[in-house]
Design a protein around this ligand. Structure first.
Ligand SMILES: Nc1ncnc2c1ncn2[C@@H]1O[C@H](COP(=O)(O)OP(=O)(O)OP(=O)(O)O)[C@@H](O)[C@H]1O
Ligand SMILES: [Mg+2]
Length: 368
């Protein structure tokens, strides 16, 4: 097992910069998730680490070894792809044992490893079958087993659950989490599924257009997004983001926008008047409070999610969303009053989209 370091790695394809100066230091035994929208460079970065593509610049280190120029098969890494590429003419047992045969491991040792890994992943009954006779989920697990049969320095996984249905996906996700705990191995795991990222990651590296947008624990990214991009990417439904003004009244500061007048939990002696910001409020932080509202609007639609409701409402210029336990007791066309705890108001710069950090001067940004 080993620490994996990516140092200022970039990759250019023609005129496209798929990865731009990304640095990551993944600790021995860490579960790091690479998250981001389609085309942001996740697979490219993984392929660079695996050695399937060469970086345009930058270095990759596994443990203390610089592997940037090492042939892929010499890198002590196991990779699981989205499309699991099993050998169709080989049995499950032969597929799983393949990496060991390629390394000329003694036959008895291969058999022992294969049956141990197959037992862990619930494949013991299927060892004699060919891939064509397996379900999608079973094939996916065979691909995982093939990666696990060795004891690699690190696992690289590119959306390994994307072909599974919802139920199997959540079961396999749980299996992977316990696998990681059991092996104590270093994982770099690509997904664009934020539920996978939030539940599996020790830390998330969120990529945006080839750049590292924010690096931190799931909680840090969710609670203190570094930018409107992160704020809008994590959370379902995502954070409400809307233009607003920070206004001073006497020595207190208020967030003011159409239908909104909320005191902020900051006192800034050197803060100017009437500063334009982009304000952010998570839907679950908007609580119906008819008696003492700071946010007022008209309900446009109520969505029933079973245990909760999504209340869409208009404040005039903007449409916001609140998430509340069901029944929230409001209907379309009604007026609604809500409250938000000042600690849950996020402020961003209107042009750069970056979090305004004078909010919490005592805590340093977790951004990379
Ligand atoms: N071999 C290639 N030649 C040219 N451009 C490429 C190549 N591979 C990737 N790209 C481009 O690099 C960018 C990043 O692609 P990449 O496959 O890494 O994205 P991704 O984050 O994995 O997306 P997805 O979530 O859709 O899998 C995209 O703009 C893509 O079109
Ligand atoms: Mg990809």
């Amino acid at each position: 097992m080993a620490r994996l370091r990516i140092d200022q790695v970039s990759k250019q394809f023609g005129a496209t910069w798929a990865v731009r100066e990304v640095s990551l230091d993944i600790a021995d035994g860490e579960f790091m998730v690479l998250l981001g929208p389609s085309g942001c460079g996740k697979s490219t970065l993984l392929r660079l680490i695996a050695g399937l593509d060469d970086p345009t610049s930058g270095r990759i280190l596994l443990g203390d070894t610089d592997i940037t120029d090492q042939a892929p098969q010499r890198r002590d890494l196991a990779m699981v792809f989205q499309s699991y590429a099993l050998y169709p003419h080989l049995t499950v047992a032969k597929n799983i044992g393949f990496p060991l045969r390629a390394r000329r491991t003694p036959r008895a040792q291969i058999a022992e490893r294969v049956s141990a890994v197959a037992a862990t992943l619930g494949l013991a009954e299927l060892l004699g079958r060919k891939p064509a006779a397996l379900s999608g989920g079973q094939r996916q697990r065979v691909a995982l087993a093939r990666a696990m049969v060795r004891d690699p320095g690190a696992f690289l996984m590119d959306e390994p659950l994307s072909n599974l249905d919802a139920k199997l996906r959540s079961a396999t996700r749980a299996e992977l989490i316990s696998l990681h705990r059991g092996l104590g191995a270093t994982f770099l795991y690509v997904t664009h599924d934020q539920v996978e990222a939030m539940t599996m990651a020790d830390r998330i590296a969120l990529l945006n257009d080839g750049r590292l947008e924010q690096l931190g624990t799931p909680t840090e990214l969710y609670d203190r997004p570094r930018s409107t991009f992160v704020a809008g990417f994590l959370g379902a439904p995502p954070m409400n983001l809307f233009p607003a003004v920070v206004t001073r009244r006497e020595d207190r500061l208020y967030l003011v926008a159409d239908g909104i007048d909320a005191e902020l939990a900051i006192t800034a002696a050197d803060f100017g008047d009437d500063i334009d910001v982009v304000a952010g409020i998570r839907p679950e932080q908007l609580r119906p409070d008819p008696a003492d509202p700071t946010v007022r609007g008209r309900v446009t639609m109520v969505e029933n999610l079973g245990s909760e409701e999504l209340i869409h409402f208009s404040t005039g210029a903007h449409t916001l969303c609140a998430r509340a336990p069901r029944p929230a007791g409001v209907r379309a066309e009604e007026s609604i009053g809500l409250r938000v705890d000042p600690a849950h108001l996020h402020l961003f710069h209107p042009e750069s989209g970056l979090r305004l950090t004078w909010q919490e001067p005592q805590r340093d940004s977790v951004a990379a």
